[in-house]
Design a protein around this ligand. Sequence first.
Ligand SMILES: [Zn+2]
Length: 410
Amino acid sequence: MADEQSHVDGDRVLADLRALRSIGAYKTGVHKPTFSEPHMRSLEWLAQRLPEAGLTAEIDGIGNVLGTSTKSGPKLLAGSHLESQNHAGWLDGPLGVVYALEAARVINPDPNANGAVEVAAWCDEEGHFGSFLGSRSYVGALTEADIDAARDRNSDRTMRQALSEVGLAGRPRAAAEPGRHIGYLEAHIEQGQRLESDGLSIGVVTSIVGIWQYRITFRGEQNHAGTTRMDVRKDAGVALARLCVAIDDRFPTLCGPRTVWTTGRITLDPGAPSIIPGRAEMLFQIRDDDPEVIGPLEDLLRSMAAEVAGQGRCDVAVERLRTGAPAMMDARFQHAIEDASLLFAGGRSLRMPSGAGHDAQILATIMPAGMLFVPSIGGISHHWSENTGDADIVTGAEVFVEACRRLLAT
Ligand SMILES: [Zn+2]
């Protein structure tokens, strides 16, 4: 029976996570922006642990940590990230890295286990400098020009400066070796409330949603707020507000069961109390894992924008800034996680899409990929109070390691 398998050391997993929290601690969370001193110390911490799993550690020229094995047989890549959002939680990223490390420590020295787990910590998943720079570099989707252009969104420090300051400039960037890995497995906290509210232990991720982003610009006529009669105004701000409300009224008729949309930023120009806005802009985002759902929604968005323009007061332009690339998780990986959940989580698992982006969506462009979630207390994430119960953390590790073993065995 497979209940003789797994052999996770739960105390070791918790101790490792706490050790990573103590580096750059902030309240009960951490503050580890990409290439900060605590981030670099966390990378070193991992590099020093990897030999315990029979892995050779390397920190590459973009700040990815990779642990590679010389064991024969199939290899499974596993990991997540070690930097954090500013003043954020202790598990977003490190959980997946420590699970991967634990899987490698359990499986790699086991002569009865087929193959090996190789460990990765991808740099800058949290997007301080760009978008998935580390994992994109590994899959060959990041050019030197992309690195030249990358800057810290908080400090304006360029990526080149940062790489040089932390001693990584000039190092080669590790690249995926075609055919080396049977796939990539990542664990992460859910960052939502579904598992907790349903009393479940494991989320089996079916897909990672794509993000479609739009800039919608309204052009009316800037004028005096006191002397311009209401019936002749061309108020770009009002036109924007009308569209915003119309979206919320009409999207539900065409959206999928899990489609979400957000107007995340509104700007009125010139943005003064006594001036009718002549120009307004909204940044609008739609997330779904099905591009077939997005097409009709985008058509509807454009027709509603045309309706607002047709009222004759403002021109409205809809510009797509970003086209979503949803990633489907591999069916075999989903089964392996579910089977492991039956053994180590009493079958308390649920198939669910991920509404947040993860490195697994980048790895999925070159190899089969899978993800599992553990519950987030209160659904809180990207905040220092983010947490998961110790028992859930250990259960997740058991399921993760068993899933790795099963994927390597077949
Ligand atoms: Zn994360």
